[in-house]
Design a protein around this ligand. Structure first.
Ligand SMILES: *Cc1c(COP(=O)(O)O)cnc(C)c1O
Length: 380
């Protein structure tokens, strides 16, 4: 571990797991379908640059992010593969995108009209987003499609290189709505083809769609959550279509261990009181790290045994009830595996009544990310 890290709390990102998950997905996909690794929100909290480099090494062909800022960060790290921004970048970002060969998403005629007034020295690549039922962003009608394609014809420096859509229910057991969206996409495609004879790339599937229906995907898939080793939903997990390895784990060490006498209490509000003599350990993590107060009561692993968080979680510290005395410095695992016992991301997500996607995103940058590869560690 790097000598520049002083705190005894860290996230470990297993880059071999990222590689494993990409390879599992590639095996399911037809040979002519490629992977866009989705590394938005700093690689779902894992670290976008490290994950992107590993994903490309493992066979992904392109990257996707949500913001222009996120794409520029990847370019600064000397990553030179195609990068697509999935969100709407304000028109004023179009010039800088073209200078760094970053592909932008568009779906509004007015956006194109404004971008058309700029003088480009390099070409701008665009993907067109179609809203086939997600109801978020995208072109919804044939009139909008025609209007935007007309505006596209006006600027010789702007190239349409792809079209795509996003499914709202690909992770649910019932695929009725998924197929309605797919039908709408195909109808749109037929109209589009008549108006636009040039070649474009097509991508429609996220992790859920690609894992469940790999043969129905197009030129690319947008592989996000399952690249990190997490299943998009319980129903996809239960279907066992793919084996995944969770890349993210969260660790700490006891900075203090003490014995409480009966009647003594712990943390703000004194909400926990010992009924008998017991040992309490303190770990240096709290809601200031994204380890939120609602996690009170959940267990952590100490020597592979589950022990509960008691009392209120503070901004920087959390207390654990122990089954005996442990030395200061003892390793505590909050998410992940320890001595053959595991606390999965899904367990934390279920406890918080949310989805696994949210958990690594909320463990913020106060917690350093340590990268593990071929059994060796390095810090960011
Ligand atoms: C985030 C995102 C993805 C990735 O979805 P996963 O479920 O994480 O695989 C794909 N496409 C779009 C448009 C997205 O915003």
């Amino acid at each position: 571990m790097s000598e520049t890290i002083y705190r005894d709390t860290w996230v470990e990102v297993d880059l071999d797991a990222i590689e494993y998950n990409i390879k599992q997905m590639k095996e399911k996909l037809p040979a002519d379908s490629n992977i866009i690794a989705v590394v938005k929100a700093d690689g779902y909290g894992h670290g976008s640059v490290q994950v992107a480099k590993k994903a490309l090494q493992a066979g992904a062909k392109a990257l996707a992010v949500a913001l222009l800022e996120e794409a520029l960060l990847l370019r600064e790290a000397s990553i030179d593969v195609p990068i697509l921004v999935l969100g709407r970048v304000p028109p004023r970002g179009a010039l800088i995108a073209s200078e760094h060969d970053i592909t932008l998403t568009f779906f509004q005629k007015e956006w194109l009209q404004e971008v058309n007034t700029y003088s480009f020295t390099k070409n701008l690549k665009l993907h067109m987003k179609w809203d086939t039922g997600m109801g978020r962003i995208g072109i919804r009608t044939e009139d909008e499609l025609k209007g935007t394609l007309n505006a596209l014809n006006e600027n010789p420096n702007i190239y349409l290189t792809g079209v795509y859509t996003h499914f709202a229910t690909a992770d649910e057991k019932d695929l009725t709505y998924f197929y309605e969206q797919k039908d709408r996409f195909n109808k749109f495609w037929n109209v589009f083809k008549e108006l636009w004879p040039h070649e474009v790339d097509i991508h429609i599937g996220n992790s859920a769609a690609s894992i469940r229906l790999p043969n129905e995907m197009k030129d690319y898939i947008r592989f996000g959550i399952s690249m990190y080793g997490l299943y998009p939903s319980n129903s996809v997990k239960e279907e066992k279509e793919i084996d995944l390895k969770q890349a993210f784990s969260l660790h700490s060490r006891f900075i203090h261990v003490k014995k409480l006498a009966p009647g003594e209490s712990v943390s703000y509000g004194g909400t926990y009181t010992a009924e008998e003599e017991e040992y309490i350990g303190t770990i240096p993590i709290g809601y200031g790290d994204g380890w939120i107060r609602k996690l009170q009561g959940i267990s952590v692993l100490v020597e592979g045994k589950r022990m509960p968080i008691i009392g209120r979680i503070c901004m920087d510290q959390t207390m654990i009830r122990l089954d005996r005395e442990y030395p200061v410095g003892t390793h505590v695992t909050l998410i992940g595996e320890q001595d053959n016992e595991v606390i999965e991301m899904d367990e934390i997500a279920n406890y918080l009544d949310t989805i696994n996607y949210e958990i690594p995103c909320i463990i913020n940058h106060r917690v350093p990310r340590i990268y593990k590869e071929h059994n060796a560690y390095r810090s960011k």
